[in-house]
Design a protein around this ligand. Structure first.
Ligand code: PMP
Length: 387
């Protein structure tokens, strides 16, 4: 047991206590089998059941249509930056006989990293959005330029449009699903906001999310793909077009055809995904979770905005403020350190901004309780009153 922490870390992040309690039991002795979930074969009936039930709960929670497949990978979000390239270019090659280009909407450091990886793997990348250009200093993120300014390719040449639904470092979240030209697949990194709101799966070719923020522990990535995109030309045809062949651990058809068990999947970590998604389902599903997430975020931004002028500085444009990662700075020598020290003294931890941008970052994932937000809000107000 433990005292419930007021922890706002960006990931790995807080998990619901009841999930952890059940997981602790299952790590020792799963379903009275005499073995724990980290010990059983990934090919055993018990393990297959863990995979099938996590899949089924995700499908139900996100209303995933029959024309889509849910599967699990290792390699984290970063593994997906590469997997997207191999897999989406291969399905585009089957459709068109060509090596496709790719559009990237770069609105923060994670979409930037994804674009850089695509370039490294030889993709003709079009930075349809480079949001840094829109910032005051030309370097930082904090804005999503109006879609009328995006320079998107067309379905004859462009395999996919890639974006990150919530940028965890800079705290920029899309308030809408980007519109893409007919026939171009939309790919979304939802690592840090999946399960915090409803979305229409049918708008996407591929959605992926590393589990370690809102779904579970590091070690599994959840993917949802349009089944059509699993068809492939022959390897020789891909090679002839200059498209790199996917390593088998990132090859979506290989993973899907083997029920995500082509190689050893971390079954315990996936079980946490199953327990977390089941809990969300039992609590009323994503509509309920969305209302909770929105209310907590609104309270935090409201508190920051109503502080006396100049105490807190929220850098991100109001139109795309993240509900998951609330980022701000506290101008003045030593002020941020004083804020963090005072927070720590009140049991509020995990608030330091990402090392690349500094400042303060409050991660408001599903497992962060109203009570934790209230204790933090109280500290934000107290600090402002004494600033
Ligand atoms: N995408 C987003 C939005 C992230 O927040 C992160 C990690 N924090 C990643 C990708 C990279 O994930 P990983 O560390 O699992 O490779």
């Amino acid at each position: 047991s433990r005292t419930q922490p007021h922890y706002f870390g960006a990931g790995p992040a807080l998990l619901p206590a009841q999930v952890l309690r059940q997981a602790a039991i299952d790590l020792l002795n799963y379903k009275e089998s005499g073995l724990g979930l980290g010990e059983i074969s990934h090919r055993s009936a018990l393990a297959v059941e863990v995979v099938d039930s996590a899949k089924a709960t995700i499908k139900q929670l996100l209303s995933v249509p029959e024309t889509y497949e849910v599967f699990f990978l290792q390699g984290g979000g970063t593994g997906e930056f590469s997997a997207v390239v191999y897999n989406l270019l291969a399905s585009f090659a089957l459709k068109t006989g060509k090596k496709g280009k790719a559009d990237y909407l770069v609105t923060g450091s994670w979409s930037q990293k994804a674009a850089e990886e695509a370039i490294r793997l030889g993709v003709d990348v079009n930075m349809a959005v480079d949001a840094r250009k829109w910032s005051a200093n030309g370097k930082s993120y904090g804005k999503i330029p109006d879609p009328s300014s995006w320079n998107l390719g067309n379905a004859e040449e462009t395999a996919y449009v890639y974006y990150c639904d919530n940028e965890t470092v800079s705290g920029v979240e899309f308030p809408y699903v980007p519109e893409v030209p007919e026939g171009v697949e939309l790919v979304a990194d939802m690592s840090s906001n999946i399960l915090s709101r409803e979305f229409d799966v049918k708008k996407f070719g591929l959605v992926f999310a590393g589990a370690q923020k809102n779904i579970g522990m590091a070690g599994v990535t959840v993917c949802i793909i349009k089944k059509q995109l699993l068809a492939r030309p022959k390897d020789a045809d891909l090679v002839a077009l200059g498209i790199p062949l996917a390593p088998l651990v990132l090859d979506f058809p290989t993973i899907v055809n083997n029920n995500s068990l082509y190689n050893t999947l971390p079954i315990f970590n996936l079980h946490i995904v199953g327990l977390t998604t089941q809990l969300l389902h039992d609590n009323g599903g994503l509509k309920v979770q969305e209302a909770l997430s929105n209310a907590k975020a609104k309270k935090l931004y409201g508190t920051l905005d109503s502080a006396p002028d100049g105490v807190y500085n929220c850098i991100v444009d109001k139109a795309c403020r993240s509900r998951m990662n609330i980022v701000f700075t506290i101008p003045g020598e030593g002020k941020e350190k004083a804020f963090l020290d005072g927070a720590k003294a009140r049991g509020l931890t995990g608030l330091q901004g990402h090392r690349s941008v500094g400042g303060i970052r409050v991660s408001n994932y599903n497992a962060v309780s109203d009570e934790s937000i209230d204790v933090l809000v109280d500290w934000i107000n107290t600090f402002a009153a004494n600033a």
